[in-house]
Design a protein around this ligand. Structure first.
Ligand SMILES: Cc1ncc(COP(=O)(O)O)c(C=O)c1O
Length: 394
């Protein structure tokens, strides 16, 4: 089989909405993947920040296989144990009082559920979110998205949302009022370009929401589960949101996401307010339980913090040495970005990196985003990073 034949088949059968790079991935192990020709590449993008414990971690593979052989799916008319174990575990890992979980299959569904919850809890219909944010592609999540390109074609279908500049507490103060159901925010914007808000921003949002009886809804689908060196990125400011969404790293590659809330908010919903065929699917929950176990056992949250600092130092040194190439390095833990000046060069970088054996992502047009597995071996990470930096300036 050749890449050309794969492309031809796909061009014939798929809805043409996805642009792909010319490589077919067939295997992954740890932070390495293999293509159709058997060529090995180092993965610095981890399936968009998803494979938090690396590709095909034996503990994850084993947990999925064991659960698949036991009970793969049932309905939510019945109790199942993996779901209960996961909810209990998350309650212990999240800052109090985020103790109540609902599980979904994707991040965007978790966002939609969280938005519905905010409406139920407050009786209000308006949301405030930030420019350049990304919250998903279903109609609720899309409504609060700050990225025009995703939202504009569907504007007529979306919930009422005011969008304001990210990191601007004064703008938040002006926008939130007694009609606001929730302020929706990523503690660090991922897709928007690894944008880190000024210190105190999340604290200010908490105060503003409290003053108006609005909920603070933190979208931690990309930043959560240890990615930024804390279980939740909100914890860096000691802030507890009313609702938090999780995804990506939660399943380590298995499609599972969640929204969590407090006892007080949970009291506002009634039976039947939300649901889903795959909500709390035993296979996904077993996968997630295994991922969380590995993250704890291998102390990957602390590792993300410590290793992330060293990588950021390296990126900052590069930006300082090559101010004509890079505008800034930023991020936290293992969610890092290097903003390049030349958008054309940035756009070509993923393809050129593939040719040199590295998978790397570029977001927001010119930001090289590094979000490898939290357990990426240093022997893989540093040489791959050297390759990316060499390409950035070549
Ligand atoms: C912050 C954030 N929210 C929501 C989503 C949507 O998640 P999913 O693609 O699983 O629907 C993403 C995906 O990139 C994300 O980064």
């Amino acid at each position: 089989m050749s890449i050309d034949s794969v492309r031809e088949r796909e061009a014939r059968w798929f809805l043409p909405v996805v642009k792909r790079l010319p490589i077919v991935l067939v295997e992954g192990l740890g932070s390495r993947v293999r293509d159709l020709d058997g060529r090995e590449l180092v993965d610095l993008s981890a399936g968009w920040g998803v494979t938090a414990i690396g590709h095909c971690h034996p503990a994850l593979v084993e947990a999925i296989a064991a659960q698949a052989g036991r009970l793969m799916q049932t309905t939510n008319l019945f109790y199942t144990l993996p779901q209960l174990d996961l909810a209990e575990k998350l309650a212990s890992l999240m800052p109090a009082p985020l103790t109540r979980s609902f599980f979904t299959s994707s991040g965007t569904e978790a966002m939609d559920g969280a938005l519905k919850l905010a409406h139920r809890a407050t009786g209000r219909t308006r949301f405030v979110s930030t420019h350049d944010s990304f919250h998903g592609r279903t109609l609720g999540a899309l409504g609060v998205n700050g990225q025009e390109k995703h939202r504009a074609p569907y504007e007529a279908l979306l919930p009422a949302t005011t969008r304001i500049p990210y990191g601007d507490a004064a703008a938040a103060r002006d926008a939130v009022d007694g009609r606001t159901a929730a302020f929706v925010v990523e503690p660090i914007q991922g897709e928007g370009g690894v944008n880190v808000p000024p210190r105190g921003y999340i604290t200010a949002l908490r105060e503003i929401c409290d003053a108006h009886g609005a909920l603070l809804l933190a979208d931690e689908i990309q930043t959560g589960i240890g990615r930024t060196g804390a279980m939740l990125a909100c914890e860096h400011e000691g802030v507890v949101p009313d609702v938090v969404t999780l995804g990506k790293g939660l399943g380590g590659g298995f499609p599972i996401a969640a929204f969590l809330t407090t006892e007080a908010v949970a009291k506002t919903v009634a039976l039947g307010d939300h649901g889903g065929t795959y909500a709390g699917n035993p296979l996904g929950c077993a996968a997630s339980n295994a991922v969380l176990r590995v993250i704890e056992e291998e102390k990957l949250v602390a590792r993300a913090a410590a290793l992330g600092e060293r990588v950021l130092a390296k990126l900052r040194a590069f930006a300082a040495e090559h101010p004509d190439v890079a505008r800034e390095a930023r991020g936290r833990g293992l969610l890092l970005g290097l903003e390049l000046r030349d958008a054309e060069r940035a756009g070509q970088l993923p393809l050129r990196a593939i040719e040199r054996g590295v998978l790397v992502n570029v977001t927001a047009g010119r930001v090289v985003r590094l979000f490898p597995a939290l357990n990426v071996p240093e022997d893989d990470l540093w040489p791959a990073l050297e390759t990316v930096l060499a390409l950035a300036k070549a």
